[in-house]
Write a protein that binds this ligand. Structure first.
Ligand code: FAD
Ligand code: SF4
Ligand code: SF4
Length: 477
């Protein structure tokens, strides 16, 4: 092993080639090129094959990282793919968009002193190679089972559950209010992080494996939730969180102040070739405008970088904490800065200016005070520090809360947590309604794709266990 591995001592870290910022600004293609085979092999061979692999411990899917790195280093890519896809339903997606600096790579032992193994890029390379070589086969259940499961939400949690349940032979139907599969993977996350073809390819793969999709189905709207419960033996709610947090203050209702997800969905639809009147009219299009984005999470980063690509005159991001204390990935901040985004740290809006539409944002400087009980520093305004930023498009990216599901689903017995997310039994993902399960952001609150996949897989396993237990007790009677 030592011959092929442990090369971190002599071999420096190499990431896949990153396109120059000037070229990136012009289109929505991904910014990282594919790993070349030789580079992927070499980078995988840097791994020291730790006895206790902290990379794996900090991967929400407990991916068997050292083993698939070793197989890659040995050129045994098909085996690497088999291993990597055993724990992750969408390795090529996680390889692209996981915040690896906070998860696997940030905990790689050789990060200290040397640079970590580029785990995400190798994971992406393995599965992209598998698709290119036709090693990715449709889901093939060993036997068909009569029980059916209805899944509400075609985001990563719903899709990961669908794959697991279908692999067990269940009849699976996924319902989504959108017209395409993928949830935030298709309509939230822009193409420069995750090209749409990658998501569409998985949609086709799931359909080929026998998963049925009913799109344009708004459950709790035109289609009552009770209809699904009557139709299926179990229901999984994986609806994500979509209620945008609002911002107050004078002028907050002026035209030209828009919600982040409305803006991103419009941009993604336009990129997918849909007719989008709000884009054509300029309402949700940054071209030629001075744009201000408010927030410091992943959504804000995606908005600023989308505005750059749409040809904004200027793009400014206001965030009330500093760079070190922002929730978004620092890698994305660096990418945004390279592309021309101006960050004004420690600043928060005070008022929105303009008569019949927004023309500027008056903001205040902030400073970080003493930590509260959770250890997070408080944010306090600095008196007399107001300044104005010109803006004809203001995008609010302050986070999301869950929609009120018991009302929408006409199920008052559906219990919520104090945060408005669905309350589930931690052992089996079952909600307070028997036979109704939940997974993903609607349980965790706004989180990450990799956690949604993990929850979807675990919820599917719990549903399977429950079906089996019911069968066994029927057989015993
Ligand atoms: P979602 O992906 O939100 O999918 C829920 C689905 O349910 C949607 O398709 C929706 O249409 C459908 N639905 C909702 N209500 C109903 C209903 N009543 N009837 C029918 N269908 C319904 N995470 C990362 O790991 N890396 C990133 O880089 C990253 N970037 C992000 C960028 C943005 C702009 C946003 C908003 C989030 C980002 N995230 C990122 C977070 C990640 O996308 C989510 O954590 C993840 O998608 C949650 O998966 P989910 O399946 O629970 O929900
Ligand atoms: Fe790292 Fe995410 Fe892949 Fe896990 S799934 S190994 S955290 S990139
Ligand atoms: Fe390899 Fe780093 Fe994981 Fe250790 S922590 S097994 S060196 S990737």
């Amino acid at each position: 092993m030592a011959e092929r591995m442990l090369k971190f001592i002599n071999l420096p870290q190499q990431t896949p080639e990153k396109r120059p910022a000037e070229a990136r600004r012009e289109d929505f293609r991904e910014i990282y090129a594919d790993f070349q085979p030789e580079a992927a092999t070499q980078q995988a061979s840097r791994c020291s094959q730790c006895g206790i692999p902290f990379c794996q411990v900090h991967c929400p899917l407990s991916n068997n990282i050292p083993d698939w790195l070793k197989l890659t280093a040995e050129g045994r890519l098909e085996e690497a793919y088999e291993l990597s896809s055993a724990t992750n339903t969408f390795p090529e997606i996680c390889g692209r968009i996981c915040p690896q600096d906070r998860l696997c790579e940030g905990n790689c032992v050789i990060e200290k002193g040397f640079d970590s193994i580029t785990i995400g890029a190798v994971e992406r390379y393995i599965t992209d190679t598998a698709f290119d070589n036709d090693w990715v086969k449709p889901i093939a259940p060993l036997a068909e089972r009569a029980q059916s499961v209805g899944i509400i939400g075609a985001g990563p949690a719903g899709l990961a559950a669908a794959e697991r349940l279908r692999a067990q032979g269940y009849q699976v139907t996924v319902y989504d209010r959108h017209d395409r599969v993928g949830g935030l993977l298709i309509y939230g996350i822009p193409g420069f992080k995750l090209e749409k073809e990658i998501v569409l390819r998985r949609w086709k793969w799931l359909e080929e494996g026998g998963v049925k999709f009913v799109l344009g189905a708004d459950i709790g709207g035109a289609t009552p939730f009770a209809e699904l419960r009557a139709k299926h033996d179990a229901v999984l709610i994986a609806t994500g969180v979509y209620k945008a947090r609002e911002i107050g203050g004078p002028g907050a209702g002026l035209p030209g102040i828009v919600k982040a997800l409305d803006y991103l969905i419009t941009s993604n639809r336009q990129g997918l070739g849909d007719a989008v009147p709000d884009y054509d009219s300029g309402l949700l299009n940054a071209a030629g405008k001075d744009v201000v984005v408010i927030g410091g999470g992943d959504t804000a980063m995606d908005c600023v970088r989308t505005a750059i690509r749409q040809g904004a005159k200027s793009v400014t991001c206001l965030y009330r904490r500093d760079r070190q204390n922002m929730p978004g990935s620092l890698r994305e901040v660096k990418n945004a800065e390279e592309e021309g985004v101006n960050f004004v740290w420690l600043s928060a809006p005070e008022a929105f200016l303009g008569d019949d539409k927004v023309t500027g944002v008056r903001a205040m400087r902030m400073h970080l005070g003493l930590p509260d009980a959770s250890g997070r520093q408080s944010v306090e305004p600095i008196e007399g520090s107001s300044f104005t930023v010109k803006a004809d498009l203001v995008i609010k990216a302050l986070g999301f809360d869950p929609e009120e599901l018991p009302g929408a689903f006409n199920e008052p017995e559906l219990k919520l947590t104090g945060w408005g997310t669905l309350k589930v039994n931690a052992r089996n993902f079952e909600t307070s309604l028997p036979g109704v399960f939940a997974a993903g952001d609607i349980v965790r609150g706004a989180s990450l794709v990799v956690w949604a996949i993990r929850d979807g897989r675990d919820a599917a396993a719990a549903i399977h266990r429950q079906f089996q237990a019911a069968q066994q007790s029927q057989a015993a009677e």
